[in-house]
Design a binder for this molecule. Sequence first.
Ligand code: HT7
Ligand code: ZN
Length: 889
Amino acid sequence: PKEIFLKDYKLPDYYFDTVDLKFSLGEEKTIVYSKITVLPRVEGACSPLTLNGQDLKLVSIKVNNKELKKEDYHVDSRHLILTSPPSGTFTLEIVTDIYPQKNTSLEGLYKSSGNFCTQCEAEGFRKITFFQDRPDIMAKYTCRIEGDKTLYPVLLSNGNLIEQGDIEGGKHYALWEDPFKKPCYLFALVAGQLESRDDTFLTRSGRTVSLRIWTPAQDIPKTVHAMYSLKAAMKWDEDVFGLEYDLDLFNIVAVPDFNMGAMENKSLNIFNSKLVLASPETASDADYAAILGVIGHEYFHNWTGNRVTCRDWFQLSLKEGLTVFRDQEFSSDMGSRTVKRIADVSRLRNYQFPQDAGPMAHPVRPHSYIKMDNFYTGKFFNGKVYEKGAEVVRMYKTLLGSRGFRKGMDLYFKRHDGQAVTCEDFFAAMRDANDADFSNFLLWYSQAGTPLVKVTSSYDAKAQTYSLKFSQEVPPTPGQSVKEPMFIPVALGLLDSKGKDIPLTSFYHEGMLQSVPSNGQPVYTTVLQVKKQKEEEFVFSDISERPIPSLLRSYSAPIRLDSDLTDSDLFFLLAHDSDEFNRWEAGQILARKLMLSLVADFQKNKPLVLNPKFVHGLKSILSDSSLEKEFIAKAMTLPGEGEIMDMMVVADPDAVHAVRSFIKKQLASELKEELLRTVKSNRSSEQYVFNHPNMARRALKNIALAYLTSLEDPEFTELALHEYKSATNMTEQFAALAAIAQNPGKVRDDVLADFYSKWEHDFLVVNKWFALQAMSDISGNVENVRNLLKHPAFDLRNPNKVYSLIGGFCGSPVNFHSKDGSGYKFLGELVVQLDKINPQVASRMVSAFSRWRRYDETRQSLAKAQLDLIMSANGLSENVFEIASKSLA
Ligand code: HT7
Ligand code: ZN
């Protein structure tokens, strides 16, 4: 397979001005007619024009209305090359046959549950017709769709519907015109039997936009929350960024077969049903929150991605990092900022940091790729381009403040609307709008690896000065052995002995006095700019007692921080920090330290004893009625097994699992009364409402119930059964089921069977049921999962089912990394099977092997054997090849 490099980027020799498409949808094949106005970039040049194409049957090709002679073009399995195109502007007409019914890759045009739909990002348009399939080719499109009127009553594409009518043979047509220039990855077509929920949005300039959410008729009642989310997102983008929607129609279509979460096609977003359909009985709070976030995300792409797009796929973070940042901010404003930040940082630590420390490490802007699809974030595949990219955008805001950031955004749109640009262009807009000195900030895009920042503190009582010394190191990653120091914003506060913030006015840095910016009000948090590899000192004067530093407030940079804070400092921060994120963080640092020391004890066969101070710390959080309930739930959640394994020289899944279970049970038994009180006082008394206080209450109740049920005490099993039976919403019903399912036995089996029989008609709920069983830590679970593969509701062709069952299984370290190799064998076999059906989904699954070198020798050789087997499979896709070969390198 061919590797593509950023350094090889060249401007295209030809631009496309207009693209007129016609689709004749058929049951055996679909015929695609395309008519393109081609403009040479340099007038008079007539270099060959290379078009991409994959799985296409070329029917005919015309240039300026004349059939092209055989000697004037060349076709191979991936290209159509016009060897001597005319000089000057010309029209190119191509007819191709495609076979959407046979397309199981869910890329290009395919059928999902009887309906046609498309997925073109990143490089799927080449499966529809021959084209320059690259994002810097921006053109105006029209699209005429013809199809059977009964089978496909609804015909949708991008832009405005300008004509429709009946044609012979029981068919009808629709003609769509998109007035905005766009790259082909934003093209979309949907045809089928769908109904819509309709609404309107009045923009701030007074235009009425029609909003339509399309699903099969029976699902329409489940689109209320999606419509609410869309309208909230439209309003938020106007309020926060001054960005208004630019067409009179916005469509969303929900499809059950989709490789990712959703796709931001211009004015025709296509969504995985999971991220549209919700009702209190069938969707959990987490589903509701995900729908809000993803509907927002795709909508926000209209400006950050569509109006201003990427020059090439290496710049993916330009749109994705920025849009993830925007959706995170949207969700924060709609709920709790602290809780959202905690969730995002946990995700970063659990998925992205491990990747950054493994063979798949790559910069936010990769230097090369084989299959671009491998750089996207999906359900079981977090990536630097998205999550770390969002952290990079957040750092601009931390450094410039909200107003400075907004100025940078305004300049970015002013300069680049309608263009395909690079990460440097975004950087330049932020810098120029603020006259900022960003020195080496761009390294965040080009250097892989998570920086490790060490900080030591000292207090001089006589001089009343407090000094913080920073040093940083960026670990080597594949292809980048030596790194330069990064520009790291460290948000900082200082607490006095009563736990109050000390006002900050100035500090010395490299002998220079720097004043803390203020608008006349006392300032409690300032941002230090750490830029050097060697020691860099910041000295605060007039500090009358030794302060406790609250470092990296709100997680101001995506780094690992190693400080000299003692356990008692951390307990103090846990109790007092005004930065709630750092309160949680102090608890997490303590929990990580505790877990690591217990893991060492476990490995030495020493008895496990839980530090009473830790129990006491959590007890006071649990009983503190002044705290927000969801914050308490987060603080009660122990760091994930992956996070702890990541901190070990040799990851030991069995020890980490044993220790985490031990702490959970120990906490449950010591805090029994408080937990029971928490369950009882947080039951739902009213109808389900999706709002922050109610979600927080349910989250707290559910974690308390999970702790209690882990004790395997009949009293608490009974309690969980009661909660399961009396639940009026999926959040509580499923949490009770999950609590019961922790413990093997008849009760578990009966409740799982009961849940299935209740919900077998709802495929989204059945996926939850698959995932719950797949992720179970019950020993030898691989056999259950193998049996579930044969369940009538399971289908390897549906990505959601694969992510639930196979992805879910890989999420249980004890079973996936089982020392007998049964988990590895299971995944190895499935990847080979899946790759023949859907390479994108297969490559996401194979990435579970990528960190095989982190384990002991036995596990290493078992995992490597599976990777070798995968590599030797016949007809291996480029997607799987890239991940498997990089993992083995
Ligand atoms: N921009 C969208 C990316 C996407 C995608 C990428 C590869 C393969 C399938 C895909 N479906 C959607 C999603 C987003 O980030 O908004
Ligand atoms: Zn996106």
